[in-house]
Design a protein around this ligand. Structure first.
Ligand SMILES: Nc1ncnc2c1ncn2[C@@H]1O[C@H](COP(=O)(O)OP(=O)(O)O)[C@@H](O)[C@H]1O
Ligand SMILES: [Mg+2]
Length: 258
């Protein structure tokens, strides 16, 4: 059993090292844009990843170029943000004000209560996005992020607004929205809890955090589903979830020292 757990963690670590996109800031006369392009030969990790992620309780797919451009553009359009296509495998998205959520914590040197407040704002924004319908193949579906770890949220310190980015993964849309939303909650909580304490947070702090998250995401059915996940076998062998954790840890380490 221990060997299996180590294997799962090793494989997840390898998955977390794979980069399928190249992201760069592009200054133009009209302001700054983020250019996102696929790396050459990215189809190899995409195909392998999709086989592995297909076995999850909540299936996730890394979208191939055409589907990715369609989906990421449609999600931004639903958020009221217009993006530009660049060639067959590139997208230009307006650069949002603020910093990645992780960097915001570091820069502001906040106490745990303030961290919880900011996390709640990011989760509230995710809840708002979860109520949006997006048309896929002529049918409206409720949005879910599929990679809602805090590395994909930007926080603007001045306006205290959070915005979510990175829509090149997609849940299997045949699955009920409550299941997909619960998987987003899992990704968000498992990566954001690390911002509270380097080691395990105290019971009291954890309770405060959970209460704030439940206020920010007021859907009892999704929380019920989320709690079911925490106790299921699938949780233990979820390579994707471990990879999200490793990604988050390496993003933390990449921050400049305090
Ligand atoms: N529109 C944007 N405005 C500001 N920063 C962005 C924007 N889009 C992406 N980023 C930053 O670039 C990082 C990588 O972009 P992302 O879309 O998440 O690509 P990847 O699929 O490689 O994770 C994000 O975590 C975020 O910090
Ligand atoms: Mg990302």
């Amino acid at each position: 059993m221990i060997v299996l757990a180590d294997m799962v963690k090793l494989l997840s670590w390898c998955i977390a090292q794979v980069r399928i996109n190249k992201v760069a800031v592009v200054p133009t006369e009209g302001g700054q844009w983020i250019r996102k392009r696929r790396n050459p030969f990215c189809f190899v990790p995409i195909v392998v990843g999709n086989i592995v992620f297909g076995f999850r309780r909540v299936g996730v797919r890394v979208l191939h170029n055409h589907q990715w451009l369609e989906w990421e553009s449609a999600v931004y359009a639903a958020m009221g943000i217009s993006v530009k296509r660049q060639g067959a495998a590139g997208l230009l998205v307006p650069k949002f004000q603020g910093q990645p959520l992780l960097a915001a914590f570091d820069a502001q040197l906040m106490c745990a209560e303030e961290v919880i407040e900011v996390l709640a704002l990011a989760l509230k924004e995710l809840y708002r996005l979860h109520q949006i319908e997006i048309v896929v193949d002529g049918k409206p579906v409720l949005f879910s992020h599929a990679d809602a770890s805090i590395t994909n949220a930007i926080f603007d310190w001045e306006t205290r607004a959070a915005v979510w980015v990175d829509f090149d993964l997609r849940h299997d849309l045949k699955q009920p929205a409550s299941l997909r939303h619960a998987d987003d909650l899992r990704a968000f909580t498992s990566t954001s809890i690390r911002c509270l304490a380097i080691e395990v947070p105290s019971d009291e702090l954890f309770e405060k955090y959970m209460q704030a998250m439940k206020r920010a995401y007021p859907d009892e059915q999704v929380w019920q589903q989320y709690h079911d996940f925490q106790h299921g076998f699938w949780n233990v062998i979820d390579l994707f979830a471990y990879a999200q954790g490793f990604r988050c840890m390496s993003a933390c380490r990449a921050l400049p020292p305090k």
